[in-house]
Design a protein around this ligand. Structure first.
Ligand code: SF4
Length: 178
């Protein structure tokens, strides 16, 4: 893969936007700016290649619907930052890692090997199956519930929001929860 078609200006622009957005939402980019910019370059390259910013550290299928979980920020970022101090690419790090400038070497892959399936929510539906109707469907639960696959934000409304109000992920990255 070559990143030669991505200009320094494009990288700087996206990097600066990510820094601002991360600060607003309590996230931290890798303190090593050169390293972080290389990852940003990879994101831009994938955007040119596939039409979306799939994770530069993972193999994308090239089919957006199949790669939704690895469009940056991926569904695994928050869990990896919480458990290992950084996401797989080490673009996002925990506050502790950011402040200590600790160098995180490698993060185990959390993405399931099997194709991501919305059936992951099935146990919850199963639990609701045996509940009395008045509990199962009181008025405030008459809306479908949507869950952001990136940060876990949950909201009940007719349709998934256009953008996650917590992490800023696009609406397509919500899945029906209940
Ligand atoms: S948040 Fe996920 S997609 Fe984005 S750079 Fe990190 S590992 Fe890759």
């Amino acid at each position: 893969m070559t990143n030669k078609n991505i200009s320094k200006e494009e990288v700087d622009n996206l990097y600066n936007r990510l820094v601002i957005s991360a600060k607003k939402r309590g996230y931290f980019l890798n303190h090593d700016e050169n390293y972080a910019k290389n990852i940003v370059r990879g994101l831009l390259f994938n955007e040119k290649r596939y039409g979306y910013r799939s994770c530069p550290c993972r193999l994308a299928s090239g089919v957006r619907a199949e790669d939704l979980d690895i469009i940056c920020p991926c569904y695994y970022r928050d869990a990896d930052v919480a458990e290992f101090g950084a996401c797989v690419c080490r673009l996002y790090v925990s506050q502790k890692v950011y402040e200590s400038k600790e160098v995180i070497k490698s993060i185990p892959e959390r993405r399931p090997k099997k194709e991501f399936s919305p059936k992951a929510d099935q146990p919850l539906a199963e639990r609701f199956k045996n509940m009395p109707n008045e509990i199962k469907q009181p008025n405030h639960l008459s809306y479908p519930v949507w869950r952001c696959q990136v940060c876990g934000y949950i909201c009940a409304r007719d349709q998934a929001p256009g953008i996650c109000s917590i992490c800023g992920a696009a609406g397509e990255r919500f899945s029906r929860f209940i």
